[in-house]
Design a protein around this ligand. Structure first.
Ligand SMILES: [Ca+2]
Length: 355
């Protein structure tokens, strides 16, 4: 008995030592886990996002802006500014009205004040939204210039931290690149972008090519700016686009269930002449890629470069590789279109918290 007791007490002692060892090991593992999570936690800081939209000829811009506000309310992104590339006089005011609805009426909004007034895309909804919903952005000549807004916002951010998503023409980015050092920043446009911008997600056209000179889409409204912005951009560009791709991810029908006071629902109603119907999700796709990255559920093509012709048509060439160019125009293998569309549509239905 004794020996067994001794043996037993010795084995208990071993167990206690093992337990203590395991506990301290556990603490070490926990500490290591916390340390290993630390970069992940800091990587999960909200994405600093600039959303640049035309908000004129198509309704997906309004849905994409709703997604931007939903992701901001969820803490995934921080919205820095919502510049407008369209010179159609109601587009910027419409953006301010949607921002105001989502509780962010103070977000900077500006338009391109330089260059020609290229043919306007017009809008089936921008004027009505501006007139039916509250906002405080001045209209017409008093609208602010987007270039100093871009410069101020970028100058105030940490290096290599900002993601820009364009879902309209590339006019504002062209003038940003052409900007000189000023009292906002000593850096000229390319140097400021290179220092502050991590990635530009550029929604436009079809991949791997669109060689149709017909006047449609984000690259051909102001092709000179398209060529200059893409050629001069000094950081990563993720292009997104593809008509069939965006149509297979159509969204919007569920907006019909929102109250009539929701401006995004109203945009779809006006766009479709009184009825809320589904529409392709080209601009929402770009926002999702900007906020959550170009990995799964998306299929990312990294090899090659986007060659843009002077009229805004373009061709993806597989060689030589430009490490700054990549594109998304499909879902990753095995991902269901319905699942991705549902994710985007749920975000589009987001309502602001009542204050
Ligand atoms: Ca658009």
């Amino acid at each position: 008995m004794k020996s067994r007791f001794v043996a037993t007490s010795a084995s208990v002692g071993r167990k206690i030592r093992r337990a203590l060892f395991a506990r301290s090991l556990g603490l070490c593992v926990c500490a290591a886990l916390v340390l290993s999570l630390a970069p992940a936690l800091s990587a999960a800081e909200p994405v600093k996002l600039i959303f640049d939209t035309d908000m004129d000829s198509d309704c997906d811009d309004a849905a994409a802006l709703a997604v931007v506000h939903a992701l901001a309310d969820a803490g995934e992104i921080e919205i820095l500014a919502t510049p407008v590339s369209s010179k159609y006089e109601w587009s910027a005011v419409c953006v301010d009205a949607i921002n105001t609805y989502f509780g962010r009426g103070d977000l900077p909004v500006g338009i391109p004040k330089q260059g020609p007034k290229f043919p306007q895309q017009r809008s089936r909804y921008a004027r009505q939204i501006a007139q039916e919903f509250p906002h405080d952005l001045p209209y017409g000549e008093k609208l602010p210039d987007a270039t100093p807004i871009y410069r101020r916002v970028l100058a105030g951010q940490k290096d290599n931290s900002v993601v820009i998503v364009t879902v309209g023409d590339l006019t504002n980015l062209r003038y940003l690149l052409e900007s000189k050092g000023d009292d906002i920043s000593d850096l000229d446009g390319p140097a400021l972008v290179k220092r502050k911008v991590k990635q530009w997600v550029c929604m436009g056209t079809r991949y791997p090519h669109d060689l149709d000179p017909g006047h449609w889409g984000n690259f051909k409204v102001d092709p000179e700016s398209t060529v200059k912005a893409i050629a001069g951009w000094p950081t990563l560009i993720t292009f997104t686009g593809g008509q069939e791709f965006a149509e297979k991810l159509a969204t919007g029908k569920a907006l019909a269930g929102l109250p009539a006071t929701n401006p995004v629902r109203r945009v779809y109603e006006l766009y479709f002449g009184g009825q809320v119907k589904p529409r392709h999700s080209a601009d929402q796709i770009a926002v999702m890629v900007a906020a959550r990255g170009p990995g799964k559920p998306w299929k990312l093509v990294t090899e090659g470069y986007n060659h843009v012709f002077p009229n805004g048509t373009h061709q993806w060439h597989e060689k030589p590789n430009n490490p700054l160019h990549q594109y998304v125009s499909a879902l990753a293998d095995g991902v269901e279109y319905r699942d991705v569309a549902d994710t985007m549509e749920k975000l589009m239905l987001h309502q602001p918290e009542k204050k």
